[in-house]
Design a binder for this molecule. Structure first.
Ligand code: DQA
Length: 147
């Protein structure tokens, strides 16, 4: 059984109360349920995590990378939050491990402030999804199943 890593970066623990007009009313626990259902449909094992700390996210990408090297990873769905727009370290971790990455954002970052239009992850991502709300998460898992 292959594993899907779903990683969430800074402030995504606040989903449900954080800017609901932008991010909706569903909590991170609700998102985990959506991901668990999608993984169950495809026979994937789910690792669903959130951290506000860049180095922790790097370590988790390395962990996913070890599964990738063993042929046991379906892919990584990553909402890196604001680190998307700032972090060379996260991009290097993805590149260095070779994991199949889907970059995901709940909001349509391209319809927002200019500083959200650049992503350090996009060049190392297999695909980028944004603007579908939290439904983007299970859709990203469906996409990994189809690759
Ligand atoms: C986000 C978009 C980012 O620009 C922002 O910093 C976030 C959330 C999204 O899911 O829409 O924290 O990644």
């Amino acid at each position: 059984m292959k594993t899907v890593f779903v990683l969430n970066g800074p402030n995504l623990n606040l989903l449900g109360t954080r800017e609901p007009a932008v991010y909706g009313a569903q909590t991170l626990a609700d998102v985990e349920q959506l991901c668990a259902a999608a993984c169950a449909r495809h026979g994937f094992r789910l690792e669903f995590r959130q951290s506000n700390h860049e180095g922790v996210l790097v370590d988790w990408i390395h962990e996913a990378g070890r599964l990738h090297a063993a042929g046991e990873l379906a892919g990584l769905v990553f909402n890196a939050g604001a680190y998307t727009h700032t972090s060379v370290a996260l991009a290097d971790a993805v590149k260095g491990t070779g994991v199949t990455l889907i970059e995901l954002h709940i909001s349509n970052v391209h319809a927002r402030e200019a500083f959200r239009h650049h992503s350090y992850l996009a060049p190392v991502a297999r695909a980028v999804m944004c603007g579908l709300g939290v439904q983007g998460y299970p859709l990203a898992i469906d996409a990994l199943a189809g690759l």
